[in-house]
Design a protein around this ligand. Structure first.
Ligand code: CTP
Length: 401
């Protein structure tokens, strides 16, 4: 777990019986070489004392934004940290975080934090299962925060089920794994297609689709963060990657995307085709705006190049090609057919049947299908977290080449 060495961690502790485990967690993080600054809600003090925590962390544990003597600068704390970890996170805290209700030092620091945020919920099983809690979790995931899954077992109420805070060892290894991913793609060239394509009907209108480009941008950022040299070929989208290392090439049509992808593909170690490419385009785009003269209008469409199939044909040993399939029915069969036909190494399937998956939402629920018919199903996660899962899978395939 050496990945925690030197990391600055803001540990937010809220009012749950699981708070007693936070002392063990703080000790574990410190033992692994992290610096830990504890923030507590007033309710947490009923379960564990600031004295215990400040003794373990060798720093005062803050439970108020200000005290009589000083103001604890939550903005500075938020900027100081390499990660913020809220463990245990109660139902109340999840709700406050999800809605930005900054009435305590943890939520204030959370809103100011630029670092990754991890939260480990702890509550009774019915509170955990309640749609209000689940909605708050979904919101937090959509902000790019990381959920450390709850455990199952006997709860403080005596009931048995999901809702227990993950064990301190699991939480520490979750953080460690997060940092382990850093630079794991150094020296690798990654090619990505993302977003929709627009096919002109006339100077004003086009045929397009509802793709926002979010999944592709999340993949570009995640791959760049792992040290890859990333080229993102992006159809019309309002979005841009955050990572300064990503080279973005903006295109409009399927044909332009095809040209750009064909140019970069020979050098790419990993190509991930997340774009929703229009399958057809108007045979001829009118040079002038089409006027509303007749009762009906028939557009003649011709097929666009299939970028994936074309790259699949020229793929060399040592290159990985990953496709996407967004399906509405017969999902697995359709995705497996595409995997085969386009010579993908694996295909990411998302179904429009799943709530929280698909276009223009911040979350996604995917399965990854492999050539040997092996299928891995994932939970609903933020697109940022889904991007990490996809890259983990790609790295596994890369090691097997
Ligand atoms: N794809 C592509 N070029 C196209 C069409 C699709 O590169 N002209 C890629 C997509 O980026 C995706 C995969 O192929 O990775 C599957 O896309 P999808 O639209 O689901 O497949 P199609 O072959 O277009 O099949 P259909 O529309 O009939 O479902």
């Amino acid at each position: 777990m050496t990945k925690l060495k030197g990391k600055k961690i803001l540990l937010g502790i809220t009012g749950s019986i699981a708070a007693y485990k936070s002392a063990v967690l703080a000790r574990l993080l410190i033992k692994e070489g992290a610096q830990v600054q504890v923030l507590m809600t007033p309710a947490a003090k009923a379960f564990i004392t600031p004295l215990t925590l400040s003794t373990l962390t060798r720093r005062p544990a803050f439970s108020e934004v200000s005290s009589e003597e000083s103001w604890h600068n939550h903005v500075e704390l938020g900027l100081w940290a390499d990660a913020m970890l809220i463990a245990p996170a109660t139902a109340t805290t999840l709700s406050k975080l999800a809605h930005g209700l900054a009435d305590n030092i943890i939520v204030a620091a959370y809103l100011s934090a630029r670092c990754p945020v991890f939260f480990a919920p702890a509550m009774d099983l019915d509170m955990w299962a309640h749609p209000a809690t689940q909605e708050n979790v979904r919101r937090l995931l959509s902000y790019g925060n990381h959920l450390i899954p709850v455990g199952e077992g006997e709860l403080a109420s005596g009931l048995v089920g999901p809702g227990r805070m993950a064990e301190p060892e699991e939480i520490a290894s979750y953080l460690s794994k997060y940092w382990q991913q850093e630079q794991s793609l150094a020296g690798r060239k990654v090619l990505l297609t993302a977003g929709p394509t627009y096919e002109a009907i006339d100077p004003v209108r086009f045929i397009g689709n509802r793709s926002s480009g979010k999944m592709g941008v999340a993949l570009a950022d995640a791959a760049a963060k792992r040290g890859a040299d990333v080229t993102l070929i992006m159809g019309p989208s309002r979005l841009s990657p955050q990572h300064p290392g990503v080279k973005t090439i903006r295109v409009e049509t399927a044909d332009q995307m095809f040209q750009a992808a064909t140019r970069f593909f020979p050098d790419a170690d990993i190509s991930i085709l997340a774009a929703a490419v229009a399958d057809y385009r108007p045979k001829e785009a009118s040079a002038e705006k089409i006027k509303k003269k007749s009762e009906g209008l028939t557009l003649e469409l011709v097929k666009n190049p299939d970028i994936a199939a074309s790259l699949g044909k020229t793929k060399k040993a040592g290159q990985l090609l990953v496709g996407f399939a967004l399906e509405t029915h017969n999902e697995t069969a359709n995705a497996l057919e595409k995997l085969e036909k386009k010579n993908f190494d694996c295909i990411v399937l998302n179904s429009l049947q799943d709530a929280g998956a698909g276009f223009n939402v911040d979350t996604n629920k995917i399965s990854i299908l492999h050539k040997n018919n092996k299928i891995r199903n994932f939970e609903l996660k933020s697109k940022a977290a889904v991007a990490e899962d996809i890259l983990d899978e790609v790295e596994t395939l890369l090691r097997q080449l």
